[in-house]
Design a protein around this ligand. Structure first.
Ligand SMILES: [Zn+2]
Ligand SMILES: [Zn+2]
Length: 657
């Protein structure tokens, strides 16, 4: 009797380590209910022994259980995936006979690919679908899981006439097939889903696009409907507000308005033209990083924009980029072939090799703002974030294996200094390591990998970084550390990669003479805090909305003469400021002072110096701060020290170790 009793129980380990006994067949939802009703209301799914399940699915064995809510990434994706089912249910109710492809969650929201057959559908119909979804959500229909034999599943979709689901079924093995039903809708799906549709309280369908079935352009084009949903109306409102703000901050729009960069059909797609103000901004960024790099022991190098094909055959880049990239450049000499530089690394390897190296001179840190060219399909091009020619803030560190950790710590310091100075306070780091099950996939010896992985982990720990570690995400040539930054609109961007490389030192036969008088292979570390100047400026524009910190502002001040009578005096003040490297100009337009102030405010110019009769006589300026108004009258010396102080204040004082 006792034996049977104990068989009816399961041991559940919760994330805090506590172990509780429950009756066999308990669900994540019921476990939540045993903790608190509030928690149960918010449970979307449950992670059982590391696998995400329906919160309502029975647990029949001892397990570790984590309850997932809206605050968990996997909770959100379960919510959005379940919303795709709800959208499909609404669509089927409105357009009987339509067929469905796949309906996964995406970073924000979900989509479903639909074959509308002969029925018409366009963006104007989205409202109607939204309305139907709301109606079905209010019915609080449960998502019911059913495991069925493959034969039955095939029969179901044959009867329904959905060739897409039938094709998906072909790839599945018998015994692993599950159906999910909610309301009147049944779908082939692995799951998991949220307990019921009633949890979906706010719905917005955002877009309609075409998408080839299975991403194959030779197959039928389906209609892809995108949407996003939330458990609270307030969250949808906030999301829509951010979306609106994102439109206003679109870097392509701001770049045009602030006259930073432009594109010309004649020059070519994906090839940005930097205008004077954009160039000023970019040079300030470049100089800022250059100064920090000098302090951190980097040495600058310059290499050409093209390189012989052989260079890239050696590096392996020809194999990687050769076919799908810009084609080789030929000279009148038949045997000569060059490629546009896709990467700076091979050139830097050759700099390393210009003479024998001793262990004493390592680490060698070679830095270059190097412009590279990569072919992108025209459909992939997007403002400054996807271009065909861009400048990396590149550097390669050649060091001994025992120096990897110290070098990582130094690069982390540099990256943090950059982030802090530019107002990116919200970031996490991802450590990408080998897949321990498939070590043969990776180049370089096992011992070196273990040491480098340990060095990265320890470096991030010692720097107190908030990290996630992902196994199997390392490149075949080495482990890496990535910085993921959240911008002001809560979007994630990958910035700043630090990458260990065992491949290039081998391909280029790099070596140094060790303390033992023997030849050794150095470790190479690639790193770029900005990534590329183009993409970084785009992110910075959208993060700041074009309101840069003063030190970086391409136009730090504007001098506004009250009338042209004071134009000469304004020029004099301007000259003194530019002699001290402050950047700005005089507004000589024949406009009223009120209009000039308004325009300067609109252009987000941080400081306005107003000069009229009083100022010209006393040798002063009246300062106005953007968004704040008058802050007083300063003579020329006071003005210069005021500007220096303001610029220092706008630069973070993070020590660089
Ligand atoms: Zn599903
Ligand atoms: Zn590199």
């Amino acid at each position: 009797m006792n034996v049977t009793m104990s068989e009816q129980k399961v041991k559940i380990t919760l994330p805090d380590g506590s172990v509780k006994e429950y009756k066999k067949g308990i669900s994540g939802y019921e476990i939540a209910l045993s903790i608190s009703e509030g928690l149960a209301r918010n449970v979307l799914a449950a992670k059982i022994n590391g696998e995400v399940w329906d919160a309502t699915r029975a647990i029949n064995k001892d397990a570790t259980v984590q309850l997932l809510t809206w605050n968990d990434v996997e909770g959100k994706s379960t919510f959005w995936h379940s919303s795709a089912h709800l959208m499909a249910e609404a669509l089927e109710a409105l357009y009987p006979g339509i067929k469905f492809g796949i309906g996964p969650p995406v970073e924000t929201g979900f989509y479903y690919d639909v074959d509308f057959g002969d029925q018409e559908f366009d963006a104007a119909d989205l409202d109607k679908v939204e309305e139907k979804m709301n109606e079905l959500a209010r019915q609080k229909n449960e998502y019911l899981r059913e495991e069925i034999p493959k034969k039955e599943a095939v029969a179901f979709f044959k009867e329904k006439g959905d060739e897409y689901k039938l094709e998906l079924l072909e790839d599945l093995e018998d015994g692993s097939i599950s159906f999910y039903k909610q309301g009147n809708f049944t779908d082939l799906c692995r799951g998991p889903h949220i307990p019921n549709t009633g949890l979906i309280k706010a719905i917005k369908l955002t877009n309609v696009a075409g998408a080839y079935w299975r991403g194959d352009e030779n197959r039928k084009q389906l209609t892809r409907l995108y949407g996003v949903t939330f458990p609270k109306k307030k969250e949808l409102d906030e999301y829509l507000e951010l979306l609106e703000e994102a439109k206003k901050r679109d870097h392509r729009k701001l770049g045009r308005e602030l006259e930073l960069f432009a594109f010309s059909e004649k020059v070519g797609q994906g090839l940005p033209l930097w205008l004077p103000k954009g160039t000023e901004l970019r040079e300030k960024l470049t100089n800022f990083l250059k100064r920090a790099q000098v302090k951190a022991g980097y040495e600058g190098v310059i290499t050409p924009h093209i390189g012989s094909k052989n260079l890239y055959v050696t590096s392996g880049h020809y194999e990687k980029y050769g076919e799908d990239s810009f084609r080789p450049i030929h000279t009148p000499n038949q045997n000569e072939e060059f490629l546009l530089k896709p990467m700076n690394c091979p050139h830097h390897c050759e700099i390393y090799k210009t003479r024998p190296r001793s262990y004493k001179e390592l680490p060698l840190r070679l830095a270059e703002f190097g412009t590279v060219y990569r072919y992108e399909q025209s459909g992939e091009l997007h403002g400054l974030t996807r271009v065909r020619g861009f400048t990396q803030d590149d550097a390669h560190i050649f060091c001994r294996p025992d120096q990897v950790k110290e070098e990582f710590k130094k690069v982390i310091d540099l990256v943090l200094y950059v982030f802090k100075s530019l107002g990116f306070d919200d970031f996490i780091t991802q450590i990408s390591l080998r897949d321990p099950e498939n070590k043969e996939k990776y180049i370089g010896d096992d011992d070196a990998w273990n040491k480098a992985e340990k060095a990265i982990i320890e470096a991030t720990e010692e720097k107190g970084l908030n990290t996630v570690t992902v196994l199997g995400e390392a490149a075949f040539y080495g482990p890496k550390l990535d910085f993921m930054v959240k911008d002001a609109l809560k979007r994630s961007w990958q910035l700043g990669t630090i990458q260990v490389d065992y491949n290039l030192p081998k391909r280029f036969e790099l070596e140094y003479i060790g303390a033992d008088n023997q030849k050794h292979q150095p470790v190479m570390i690639h790193r770029a805090p900005f990534g590329s100047m183009e993409r970084f400026v785009a992110i910075l524009l959208e993060h700041t909305g074009g309101k840069f910190p003063l030190w970086l502002s391409p136009v730090q001040y504007i001098i506004l003469p009250i009338s042209e009578k004071y134009g000469e005096y304004a020029n004099e003040v301007n000259q003194q400021l530019s002699l001290k490297d402050f950047t700005g100009h005089v507004d000589h337009r024949d406009e009223k002072i009120g209009r000039k102030i308004r325009d300067a405010e609109l252009n987000k110019i941080p400081y306005m110096f107003i000069v009229g009769e009083k100022e010209a006589i006393s040798g002063t300026v009246a300062i106005r701060k953007q968004g704040e108004g008058d802050i007083g009258s300063y003579n020329k010396e006071e003005l210069l020290s005021f500007m220096s102080m303001e610029i220092d204040k706008s630069l973070a004082s993070v020590p660089l170790s």
